[in-house]
Design a protein. Structure first.
Length: 60
């Protein structure tokens, strides 16, 4: 049987260790991105908050 046929026929699933490693990698990427963009995100949300506070619809 050829390699491709064996790979297509193989239905064995992932183990919990692989899923754990994947979750850990995603968490590291998210933490890194939030750390790098943390100051900028804070400034953006402060700007949005101040813009929303300038005019409240229905209070004319």
């Amino acid at each position: 049987m050829s390699l491709w046929a064996r790979l297509l026929k193989d239905e064995e699933g992932q183990g919990m260790a692989e899923y754990g490693l994947l979750v850990a990698l995603i968490a590291l990427v998210v933490i890194g991105a939030l750390t790098a963009l943390g100051g900028n995100l804070s400034a953006i949300f402060e700007t949005i908050g101040s813009k929303l506070g300038e005019h409240v619809p229905g209070e004319d």
